[in-house]
Design a protein around this ligand. Sequence first.
Ligand code: ADP
Ligand code: MG
Ligand code: ZN
Length: 491
Amino acid sequence: MPTAAIPPDVLAKYEPVIGLEVHVQLLTATKAFCSCANRFGADPNTNICPVCLGLPGALPVTNEKAVEFATLASLALNCQVRERSIFARKNYFYPDLPKGYQISQFDKPLAEHGWIEVPTADGGKKRIGITRLHMEEDAGKSLHDGFSDSATRTYLDLNRCGTPLAEIVSEPDIRTSDEAFEYLTRLKEILLYAGVSDCNMEEGSLRCDANVSVRPRGREELGTKVEVKNVNSFKFVRAALEYEIERQIEVIESGGRIMQETRLWNANEGRTYSMRSKEQSHDYRYFPEPDLPPLIVSVEFLSEARKKLPELPEARRARMIAEYELSVQDAHTLTAAREFADRFEAAAKTARNPRRVANVLLSEVGGRLKALGLEQEQSPVSMAGIVLAADLLDEGKISSKQMKQLFDVCFEKGEDFGPVYEREKPQQITDAAAIETLIDEVIAANPKQVEQYRAGKKTMAGFFVGQVMRASKGQANPALLNELVSKKLEG
Ligand code: ADP
Ligand code: MG
Ligand code: ZN
């Protein structure tokens, strides 16, 4: 609907209000209430049984691992975990739900009152509240495409029925589409660190519904919200929110009213379409699940879960910034994936100077990967190769220029640093007399800089080291060069 761009002064009159509902599939071996395999990609309708199909007389049994994962997620999201939560039936008819209801939680969810911290545009931090985290089972899947008769038929794959989910509902604390993007990025990172979900949006293991309304700035009361579904990447969530915010402002500005409804995002067209008027919770006829006892999370279970929780991304970044003298940006790069951060830190420990490992990794390897549009996993250089480079540099066995040349070869030939170094064994000038000759030439050519140095500007030494290094084509032994430059300048 937003056709022409809305003038900035009109946009500025309104404040967007956003709340996100995120479903994540938990990485258990079996389903939430039966022993069927919980696995993506199996042949359709092979991982099913009377329990997850809801056949008469079949009884669910709660998967303890699913409870553990949901509890880990709750703790990682700073929630208070309820000792006694209640499973409830959420009743509705849909072809992919043979039971006619999902086992979920309603008024007594597993966890409440959590938060995630997100960075703000002005460089600060903001807490987004998490209203609740509850356990739920997934429904099956309708297959609309891929069959010769897809034009006239829809097929069903019920493998997903009964897959354990955690639903994480945010408070309406989000104010911009960028904040929503940050919230999702942080949430995914935390869940990956906690190891409870693979958060793979393409495979549907993380799904997001975005709720959004607008209100005149300064007004307390919330506007009528619209729920946008079918947004299958974080970028699309941002785009859908931007679209929807403008659409709502346009409706209000032209004297209309926002309808409480569910809308679908169409990524090809970059717009949302009305799907149905929003269902209310009473439409689901929630009632306590009669086949399951209350879910008890004992004090012992909770403290065991707490022990299993790894250091989480925010805390890890803060520690690594101090330990490796990183910028915030670099800390984000190194900690984005826990497995990678673990490998980095394990390798850095073995090096002479761990900070230098971070530096080589980020500036030499990271820089080249970025320029080539490659992912970390596609790097020809291993962590051990990076440690070797850092150590050689640290011991002065190669100059930084030589290191750069070696990395160039690694990336040209797709080889690791070790073999390239062994083959090329860059030459070093370790003959003091030869280096002194070069220093004398540079000193003679730069009288002004010599004067500055002798007048007390000691940092000038770096200038001479750089010039001599260049004159030696990067081959002067760095330690010797440093030593001789100081000696000559002082002398
Ligand atoms: P419903 O029962 O309609 O699903 P909820 O109260 O459960 O609504 O809220 C669902 C999500 O919508 C939550 O993330 C919440 O923060 C968000 N939300 C609620 N009211 C608004 C509003 N007026 N504008 C934007 N988001 C809202
Ligand atoms: Mg809801
Ligand atoms: Zn089953």
